[in-house]
Design a protein around this ligand. Structure first.
Ligand code: FPP
Length: 239
């Protein structure tokens, strides 16, 4: 596989369309999620080949609890299976597993397998896979504000010291760089409460392909589109 872009250091993906993928095949929605989870394995490998150091995936949002209990249960079970299957790959490729979100509210079994894999890979330095689980961008900002207020109250931070850099330190994963590119599959034109703070200057790429079919070739197209963009971060174009 050719390396077309060394520039995407952090790729974040809104993996959408599992349900529609399944419905189009007269399958249960959970079959779509299973196909989606299998696709995560493929995209992780492809990301590695494209030298993408940080990959962040929106796996379960704070709003996804509104889905039928059976679908939520199936997603949590898939998460456990995914971690079990993925751990050897992450160890072999030296990838660290990370998670963002209100992890304490995840079902016990899913939470324990997640924390176990995070601990087992904690010293890996070859890349970072971050799963957004029970994640919401607004909740993240609220949680950061609460932690910041606690730090002010006990005198660790003076109110006049608060700026964007200080605030960012209280987000779920302050060590992660902001995403360069955010991909959303299935053609929807929404951010859906994902990485609201972090994606302030990210490039967006919408693919019409449903997540289970978003393969290495589709990823390559997104990276090619990214490499032709001109990122100005609010400044003016450099000649
Ligand atoms: C959106 O599809 C996808 C999700 C809500 C969950 C994403 C989960 C996976 C890809 C599988 C599990 C992942 C891991 C890492 C174990 P949708 O159901 O909203 O699709 P629809 O919009 O077509 O209904």
């Amino acid at each position: 596989m050719s390396k077309i872009s060394g520039k995407v250091n952090h790729l974040a993906i809104i993996m959408d369309g599992n349900g529609r993928w399944a419905e189009a095949r007269n399958l249960e929605r959970t079959a779509g999620h299973r196909a989606g989870a299998d696709n995560v394995l493929k995209i992780m490998q492809a990301a590695k080949e494209f030298d993408i150091k940080y990959l962040t995936l929106y796996a379960f949002s704070t709003e996804n609890w509104k889905r039928p209990a059976a679908e939520v249960g199936a997603l949590m079970k898939l998460l456990q299976e995914f971690i079990f299957k993925q751990l050897p790959f992450m160890q072999k490729e030296n990838v660290r597993l990370n998670a963002i979100g209100r992890l304490n509210d995840l079902p016990e079994a899913a939470r324990l397998s997640l924390l176990g894999a995070m601990k087992a890979t904690a010293n890996n330095t070859g890349g970072v896979l971050t799963l957004a689980l029970n994640y919401g961008g607004r909740s993240e900002i609220v949680d950061a504000a609460k932690k910041l207020i606690a730090a002010v109250k006990d005198g660790r931070i003076a109110p006049e010291e608060i700026d964007e850099t200080t605030f960012q330190q209280f987000l779920y994963a302050p060590e992660l760089p902001d995403p360069d590119l955010v991909i959303r599959t299935s053609g929807e034109l929404r951010i859906s409460n994902f990485l609201l703070w972090e994606m302030a200057y990210s490039e967006l790429y919408i693919s019409n392909v449903m997540w289970p079919d978003f393969d290495c070739n589709e990823l390559k197209k997104a990276l090619e589109a990214y490499s032709s963009r001109n990122r100005r971060f609010g400044g003016i174009e450099k000649k």
